[in-house]
Design a protein around this ligand. Structure first.
Ligand code: GLN
Length: 494
């Protein structure tokens, strides 16, 4: 029998519907892989029973001839930023350890309604702040990938959705949810050779997702290929009256409309993304992507996004500013951890809880965010950053007069080693340089695997689209996927 854990979303769903195997068999196979992969530390908690119960329901529905949902029989990993009813939800922070939500996030609820089951809650950077998964209170995730040229360094799976990227690339799950505030779906997808989509801001409801930076946060799928992402995004997206920033638009049939024919399409190549410090392998992969899209019939045009160099500093003001406000709610009263030293008053309890409960990177962001919002500095930093954000959005609006989608690298380098950048926040932040402009502009963007570097590590190409044009992004991604022929997989060592 085929190894069911090598199958993706579409293959599992179709195989279950056709009766080639049962949803229970699929869930059991993935549960076994999850249980055998503790060395990767991809999960904070595992929920094999949830996966089995969901699978049994699908098998029963099928036997009774009832209609099956778009994700029927597909067990997935759930980033531990999504509130899941009755299952601990921590955002990988000590301050939320032991927090058991009494409600389900809209996105996870939609996935269960579509027939998916949950294998467990995936590790991440604490409060989704980071690019390597090293800020998690529950220990870092280890990428299943290793460099081919000797040197057995443990590599970062990317962040913040590093548990998600690891679970999918190590066959612990056919797909996983991610969230992307400034690259957290795209960068880990690129680092691990999988596909990840950040939809237009507002496509997926933020209700029940632990908030990091509310004007940027967006959920999206991470899976083995473009089709699987399109299917899963269809199940995740949709208007939600409980999120005031949710888009009140119909959800298109992205998977059903996939089309890799690029004839008549224009692909923009932003000249400002040719940055110093970008790896030669990455630049080569970008050239490959250009050639593939031309081969698919597209016309390639040079475009300019002149304010690109200000995007990273603006992001690292706006995101911490919003985080400092969002994280004010963790005070020892309402959720999770409470540190109440002997004889302490209320203020002492706040201070003790927050200093014990938050990790260093989270504290750094709260400090920066509070500083840039403080009366004397608000104009100099926060307002200025907001103005830059407007200019960046305008850059994209102008560029999209001349092209349909934009092609760029996802990251400036392939995966780095754990520990390599963890003492240098600026070096870590620089990793997000290609990802944050689309985040600031709220645009849909994806990363699709395009090859490996000289050390055998995966590289991703990024496609950025116009607002609401996920279809254009997915189609260009599919055109690349078909030509890249990416088949590299990590060698199993765990
Ligand atoms: N790496 C970025 C940061 O640390 C992005 C994180 C994210 O998208 N959640 O803020």
């Amino acid at each position: 029998m085929t190894d069911l854990t090598k199958l993706g979303v579409a293959a599992i769903r179709n195989g279950v519907a056709a009766g080639e195997f049962t949803a229970r068999e699929v869930a059991e196979a993935f549960n076994a892989n999850v249980a055998a992969a503790a060395a990767l530390n991809a999960f904070i908690v595992t929920t094999p029973d949830h996966a089995l119960a969901a699978a049994d329901k699908v098998d029963t529905d099928r036997a009774a001839g009832r209609p099956l949902g778009g994700m029927a029989g597909v067990p997935i990993g759930m980033k531990d930023l999504f509130a899941t009813q009755g299952v601990q939800t921590t955002a990988a922070s000590h301050i939320l350890e032991g927090f058991i939500p009494q409600y389900e996030s809209t996105v996870s609820g939609k996935l269960w309604a579509a027939g998916a089951g949950m294998l467990g809650k995936l590790n991440l950077d604490q409060f989704a702040m980071g690019s390597s998964n090293e800020t998690s209170y529950f220990g870092n995730v280890i990428s299943p990938w290793r460099r081919s040229d000797g040197g057995n360094a443990a590599l970062a799976p990317g962040g913040s959705s590093g548990g998600s990227s690891t679970a999918v690339s190590a066959w612990l799950a056919p797909a996983a949810t991610g969230t992307d505030t400034g690259g957290s779906i795209r960068q880990p997808a690129a680092f691990t050779g999988i596909t990840g989509v950040k939809p237009t801001y507002g496509r997926c409801s933020r209700w029940g997702i632990v908030a990091f930076a509310s004007s940027l946060d967006q959920a999206g799928p991470m899976a083995r290929d473009v089709t699987d992402c399109a299917i899963m995004l269809g199940a995740m997206a949709g208007f939600d009256p409980k999120d005031s920033t949710s888009l009140d638009l119909p959800v298109p049939d992205w998977a059903g409309s996939l089309n890799a024919d690029m004839r008549g399409k224009k692909i923009g190549i932003p000249r400002e993304y040719r940055m110093e410090g970008t790896d030669a392998d990455i630049l080569k992969s970008w050239d490959d992507g250009i050639a593939w899209l031309k081969d698919a019939g597209a016309e390639v045009v040079d475009i300019s996004l002149p304010h690109t160099k200000y995007a990273l500093p603006a992001y690292y003001i706006i995101a911490p500013a919003e985080a400092s406000s969002n994280l004010a709610r963790y005070d020892g009263v309402r959720y999770g951890l409470r540190d109440l030293p002997e004889g302490a008053g209320l203020q002492d309890m706040y201070a003790a809880t927050r200093s014990d409960g938050f990790g260093d990177e989270v504290k750094r962001r709260i400090l920066i965010g509070t500083y840039v919002l403080s009366a004397g500095f608000y104009d100099a930093y926060y307002n200025q950053a907001q103005r830059i954000r407007t200019l960046i959005s305008r850059d994209f609006e102008n560029a999209f007069k001349d092209c349909d989608v934009i092609l760029a690298p996802t990251t400036p380098t392939a995966a780095f080693a754990l520990g390599e950048k963890s003492d240098d926040p600026l070096a870590m932040y620089l990793n997000d340089v290609f990802a944050v402009p689309a985040s600031l502009a709220g645009l849909p963007a994806m990363s699709v695997p395009c090859g490996v570097n000289s050390q055998g590590l995966p590289l991703g190409l990024q496609i950025i689209g116009k607002a609401f044009d996920e279809q254009g992004v997915l189609n260009a991604g599919l055109a690349i996927e078909k030509r890249a022929g990416f088949i590299a997989t990590p060698e199993k060592w765990w």
